[in-house]
Design a protein around this ligand. Structure first.
Ligand code: ADP
Ligand code: ADP
Length: 225
């Protein structure tokens, strides 16, 4: 079955239709990007999937279960946003440990998984630092480590590289690709950057005015020979 299914999802904000008859199946392990200009409904689709907001009609299923019916702790979604949203008063180590502490994981498991995650993002040496003592790229890598530390089968990323300069952005794109290959998780990624969508995705969902304008592989969307 699909890792994520949007079934005819619509979302109204008053008279504004943010999302209209959105239908999409995402396969396990797939890297899918929502690409479109500001206001096209990308974040709304992601927010409905995350359970942050309810659809006006339709349903979203994660591994066959309706999101609306799942309690938050059972949703098994990792999330990374544009603003790193690290906890400023916690060390890097404690930021990454947070989702495991929330789930009341045993201490030994917390230590092992946090160390694994920090190693993956190559920040093992910086566990004791505070977020303010890190560079933008390092903070983004901590946010990524925190999102994947509990091994969520689905990872949501909303413009995660939007705050970084071009050079760092490109470096981070390659890292995200590497993590995806390593973790094998399903990724739903939001961007308005065509180049980024092209580099990262197995499939691109081109959004416009709350509709899906086109869904295809990067090769076919960009018409490569
Ligand atoms: P994108 O992520 O592509 O920029 P959004 O999903 O944020 O697009 O927005 C789609 C439309 O819904 C826009 O017209 C936006 O103004 C509107 N919208 C989004 N969130 C809200 C909200 N909380 N209240 C009212 N309108 C909203
Ligand atoms: P507990 O899970 O009971 O807190 P731990 O051994 O996991 O015990 O960690 C104790 C504290 O030591 C943690 O809260 C953390 O702040 C700190 N700590 C442990 N390992 C590291 C590390 N590799 N880097 C930085 N701080 C660490």
């Amino acid at each position: 079955g699909a890792a994520v299914s949007f079934r005819n999802v619509s979302k109204q904000y008053g008279s504004v239709t943010a999302l209209s008859d959105f239908d999409l199946d995402i396969a396990p392990g797939e890297f899918v990007t929502f690409l479109g200009p500001s206001g096209s409904g990308k974040s709304t689709a992601l927010n409905v999937l995350a359970g942050f907001t309810d659809a006006t009609s339709g349903d979203v299923l994660i591994a066959g279960q309706s999101v609306a019916a799942l309690p938050p702790e059972k949703r098994q979604l990792g999330m990374v946003f544009q603003s790193y949203s690290l906890f400023p008063h916690m060390t890097v180590y404690e930021n990454v440990a947070f989702p495991l502490r929330l789930r009341k994981a045993p201490a030994a498991e917390i230590r092992r998984k946090v160390e694994q995650s920090l190693e993956m993002v190559r920040l093992s040496e910086l566990g004791g630092r505070m977020p303010r003592e890190l560079s933008g790229g390092q903070r983004q890598r901590v946010a990524f480590a925190r999102a994947v530390v509990f091994e969520p089968p689905v990872l949501l990323m909303d413009e995660p590289l939007g705050a970084l300069d071009l050079k760092l952005r490109e470096a981070m794109q390659l890292e995200i690709k590497r993590y995806h290959a390593q973790l094998g998780c399903t990724i739903v990624f939001v961007t308005h950057d065509q180049g980024e969508a092209l580099v990262l995705s197995d499939r691109i969902v081109v959004m416009g005015g709350g509709h899906i304008a086109q869904v295809d592989t990067p090769e076919r969307i960009y018409d490569f020979p």
